[in-house]
Design a protein around this ligand. Structure first.
Ligand SMILES: Nc1ncnc2c1ncn2[C@@H]1O[C@H](COP(=O)(O)OP(=O)(O)O)[C@@H](O)[C@H]1O
Ligand SMILES: [Mg+2]
Length: 204
């Protein structure tokens, strides 16, 4: 089992969108996926409740002890303001940590201390957990995308992929769907954007 923690202390950075779509992506690949919503706002949970039963199954987890033996993936959606002891606990659980960052000055500044803290986590220093950044609500070919690339280079962290700003995510969420549950004619381009993210997540 591999646990993927989605984290950024800034609210609205795209954690839940990344978590639910990553879970959907892995479920579509045929894997057994659990989703654990650690945020009291329960956005991922709301999404999961809406998810039609005929779609690739994503199992809700609410306690570590309840993790099914056959689970291959555990996606952890985390709350805003995550840091300190709680962050350490969760990073210890995780094999990989994905940090969605929007390419605005405010988001970048708000995330700076967090990335520094994350890199100092023992599990990260000992390479038990790997950190990757995802450009959130941004196209890599834009000026904002270039800004994010420059910023991430400073941190010496991999920028593993891009989740573009599109209403596909918003509309799909209303129906408990990820973009991988949408027909190819509608979401093919967006689904293709996820390939590098999936490769990074699946890499040994
Ligand atoms: N790639 C995207 N395209 C369009 N809207 C997005 C995208 N990512 C997030 N959003 C929207 O931005 C808001 C915050 O995103 P969310 O995933 O809930 O962030 P967080 O969990 O970090 O608070 C939500 O309204 C969500 O629908
Ligand atoms: Mg959220």
């Amino acid at each position: 089992m591999q646990a993927i923690l989605i984290a950024n202390p800034k609210g609205g950075s795209g954690k839940t969108t990344l978590a639910t779509n990553l879970a959907g992506c892995l479920a579509h690949a045929g894997d057994a996926v659990c989703l654990w919503d650690l945020d009291r706002q329960h956005s991922s949970l709301e999404w999961l409740k809406l998810r039609p039963s005929h779609l690739p199954r994503i199992v809700r987890l609410d306690q570590r002890e309840h993790l099914p033996k056959k689970a291959q993936w555990l996606v952890l959606d985390s709350p805003a303001a995550l840091h300190g002891k709680r962050l350490t606990e969760l990073v210890k659980e995780a094999h990989k940590v994905l940090v969605p960052i929007q390419p605005s000055l405010y988001d970048i500044n708000a995330t700076r201390d967090f990335l520094a803290e994350l890199k100092e986590e023992k599990a990260v220093r000992k390479q038990k957990a790997f950190v990757g950044v995802v450009g959130s609500r941004v196209d890599p070919r834009t000026r904002a995308g270039a800004q994010l690339i420059t910023y991430i280079r400073e941190h010496d962290l991999p920028l593993v992929g891009w989740v573009r700003d599109t209403t596909l995510y918003v509309n799909a969420a209303f129906e408990g769907r990820s973009i991988f549950d949408l027909p190819a004619w509608q979401a093919e381009r967006e689904q293709a954007m996820w390939r590098p993210i999936l490769e990074w997540v699946q890499a040994e």
